[in-house]
Write a protein that binds this ligand. Structure first.
Ligand SMILES: C[S@@+](CC[C@H](N)C(=O)[O-])C[C@H]1O[C@@H](n2cnc3c(N)ncnc32)[C@H](O)[C@@H]1O
Length: 322
């Protein structure tokens, strides 16, 4: 389970050791985003099957003024803190509008991926030379600890792109409780939830025809080869995704195509794979409105407003501490 203190001690090598020694084997999806992974994720966002980015973009582009009014009701200065900002494409739409309205804010994107932050910084510095920006590279579990002491200004925390879907439901509740503990009464939390819908639509988003999602998953094996001196043969693993409609969760796996042994030099250890043995890579939890309401309540928030796209595929939910 995620706790900021536990996460702090873990390195990439520790987590790979733990995941590949477990039964069933797993790897943490937070390591997807090296340079190539971040580039592949940008491609995923453009895929016809990956409706999530378009749905959230539609919310931001059609309801910009309503979002701005909800964020800026009292005109007081704020820090716009984004957890797992990625390349910030969608957020740039909000930032652009806020600047035009002369809002007094500093944008604080936090991401574990240097590549994502570099892309974001280059783009934002070029497009918005007047923007006050303070980027932070790191794990957002760690930054939780410093969030409350960062500045005395109001905090508006963005957690977009269905990042929350990568947590199991209990972890999500724990994460929001930790966030709540470092937030003040007039702070706000804005979260992108992918909603439950036709299971086939969801499954297609994690199993695209062009195989970009497959390449995105396989890339983590290549990262282990490069950074930890392993000898994974990426051709001997295939990507497989499922959606479980009762749990409302999509899951991605890499499947070993044969009985094989992989050596990881940094860990000085062999890992045996049976033929057809899966490595669990990622969960993408989909939410109902009832689940969102319960999650808010259980973690100490009330829902101010849910913003929807025109197909009701997705909601950006604005929460206020109770
Ligand atoms: C699914 S992408 C979404 C990016 C962006 N929020 C969007 O909506 O387009 C997830 C992003 O979160 C970052 N990330 C994942 N786990 C993280 C962690 N524990 N700490 C900081 N960043 C993390 C990844 O590097 C990646 O850029």
């Amino acid at each position: 389970m995620h706790s900021s203190s536990k996460i702090k001690q873990n390195t990439f090598a520790d987590d790979v050791m733990r995941g590949l020694s477990a039964t069933p084997k797993f790897l943490s999806s937070k390591y997807f985003y090296d340079n190539e992974g971040s580039r592949l994720f940008q491609e995923i966002m453009k895929l016809p099957e990956y409706y999530l980015t378009r749905a959230e973009f539609e919310v931001f582009s059609r309801q910009t003024d309503e979002i701005f009014s909800a964020f800026n009701a009292d005109n007081s200065p704020f820090d716009l803190i984004e957890l797992g900002a990625g390349d910030g494409t969608k957020t740039s739409f909000l930032v652009s509008y806020f600047l035009k309205q002369n809002a007094d804010f500093t944008y604080v994107p936090i991401d574990i991926s240097a590549e994502a932050l570099n892309t974001l910084t280059a783009k934002f510095e070029k497009e918005f030379p007047q923007l006050l920006m303070q980027t932070e590279k790191g794990d957002y579990f760690k930054t939780l600890e410093t969030l409350s002491t960062k500045s005395s200004k109001r905090k508006i925390i963005l957690f977009l792109g269905s990042n929350i879907g990568n947590f199991r439901q209990k972890q999500a509740q724990e994460f929001f409780r930790e966030l709540r503990a470092v937030m003040n009464k007039d702070d706000l939390l804005f979260i992108g939830f992918d909603l439950q819908k036709d299971p086939q639509t969801i499954l297609d988003a994690y199993s695209d025809k062009q195989g970009v999602t497959a390449a995105f998953n396989i890339n983590l094996l290549k990262r282990i080869n490069r950074e930890l001196g392993a000898n994974f043969d990426p051709k001997e693993f295939s990507h497989y995704a499922i959606y479980h409609p009762i749990e409302g969760a999509a899951r991605s796996f890499l499947i070993s195509q044969k009985k094989q042994t992989v050596f990881i030099k940094s860990l000085n250890k062999n890992f045996d794979f049976e033929a057809w043995e899966p490595i669990f890579m990622e969960i993408s939890q989909k939410y109902s409105l009832k689940m969102i309401a319960e999650l808010a309540k259980e973690s100490g928030f009330q829902i101010e407003k849910n913003f929807f796209d025109s197909k009701n595929y997705y909601t950006d939910s604005l929460w206020k501490p109770v």
